[in-house]
Design a protein around this ligand. Structure first.
Ligand code: ATP
Length: 322
């Protein structure tokens, strides 16, 4: 292997830049050449490539987003599209790929590496923390911190006005951000995709709080919540419980931006470093991840097919008590 390509794909996540930097600098250090592929799989198909040197990744470790840009690419879902991508890689003499992204990115990589002779290592980068094989994905810690900062601010106004706030957070079908930020932010209740919460039970819980003279309440609603999201839940609660002035706040895309936390920068650097070493060791169709503070690999197929729920039982129990 003489030259590797690196790309970011799917949703952007803070820490992706730190990861690109680690991939580029590790590869250069080990005597490899590195090509940056712009706009994920779309860039593979369009041949949107740029040679990277050590300066190409200067001054990016602290920046959110991804300097390589990202895209959703339908053409890569077809064999014809992937054939064009492969021909472009061959023409550019790229011998192996590092892909940073989520579930969809890994699914594409799995097809690609089965159809064509190209070693691929995946790195989990998504704020959702919804991938098997790594306790944490790149961007998750930063997103949690962003959410907590927002909850703290909302709490100030909630308490001043005796308000009940329903705060909707990201995570797609995963409740990791909701559970974690709910506990760290001292939420009154947390509604998760993985767990059913009846609206009537929630109302009873809020009534208890009102009896105990709570001046305000914050309920965290995961975007994949089984009831149908913060607006719906707020409307249903208000129909039967109007002790507080009820407000809804959808945090939205601000959760995806911002400077990565120290944890995400180090995680991203470790995983980028590990991915290059795995390629040099001759491994392919794997992902690298952090498990119990050790870097471990997982077959890509397992990373996409294993839907094990990642919410810790102790956090779930605490959410009920605290
Ligand atoms: P996030 O979890 O942050 O959204 P993701 O990697 O899951 O990230 P997707 O948009 O689902 O984001 O996937 C990224 C890209 O991977 C797609 O735009 C597409 O090019 C490719 N991809 C997704 N699913 C497949 C598939 N079934 N076959 C081939 N390629 C796929």
């Amino acid at each position: 292997i003489k030259k590797i390509g690196v790309l970011t794909s799917g949703g952007d996540a803070p820490g992706m830049n730190a990861c690109i930097r680690a991939v580029v600098r590790t590869a250069l250090h080990k005597g490899l050449e590195v090509t940056g592929i712009y706009q994920g799989y779309q860039g593979l198909i369009d041949g949107n490539f740029k040679e990277m040197d050590t300066r190409s990744v200067s001054n990016i470790i602290q920046r959110g987003g991804t300097i390589l840009k990202t895209a959703r690419c339908l053409e890569f879902k077809t064999t014809e599209g992937r054939k064009i991508a492969y021909d472009n890689l061959k023409a550019a003499e790229i011998d192996a790929l590092v892909v940073i992204g989520g579930d969809g990115t890994f699914t594409g990589a799995n097809f690609f590496s089965k159809e064509f002779e190209i070693p691929i290592v995946g790195i989990p980068g998504t704020i959702d923390n919804d991938l098997y094989g790594s306790d944490y994905t790149i961007g998750y810690d930063t997103a949690n911190n962003t959410v907590i900062e927002a909850i703290d601010k909302i709490r100030d106004t909630a308490a001043s006005h005796e308000r009940l706030f329903f705060v909707e957070v990201m995570g797609r079908d995963s409740g990791c951000i909701a559970l974690n930020a709910g506990i760290a932010g001292g939420a009154e209740a947390i509604l998760l995709p993985e767990k059913e919460t009846a609206i009537d039970d929630l109302i009873r819980h809020l009534e208890d709080g009102a009896i105990k003279k709570k001046s305000s309440s914050i309920v965290i609603v995961a975007e994949g919540d089984q009831n149908g999201g913060a607006y719906y839940v707020a409307k249903k609660v208000k129909e039967k419980f109007d002790h507080y002035d009820t407000k809804v706040s959808i945090l939205g895309h601000l959760q995806r931006g911002g400077a990565p936390t120290s944890f995400d920068r180090v995680l991203a650097s470790r995983l980028g470093f590990a991915a290059v070493n795995e390629i040099l060791a001759g491994n392919t169709r794997i992902t690298v991840g952090l498990r119990g503070n050790e870097i471990k690999t997982t077959p890509i197929e397992e990373a996409i097919s294993n839907k094990e729920i990642k919410l810790s039982p102790d956090l779930l129990e605490m959410a009920e008590i605290l």
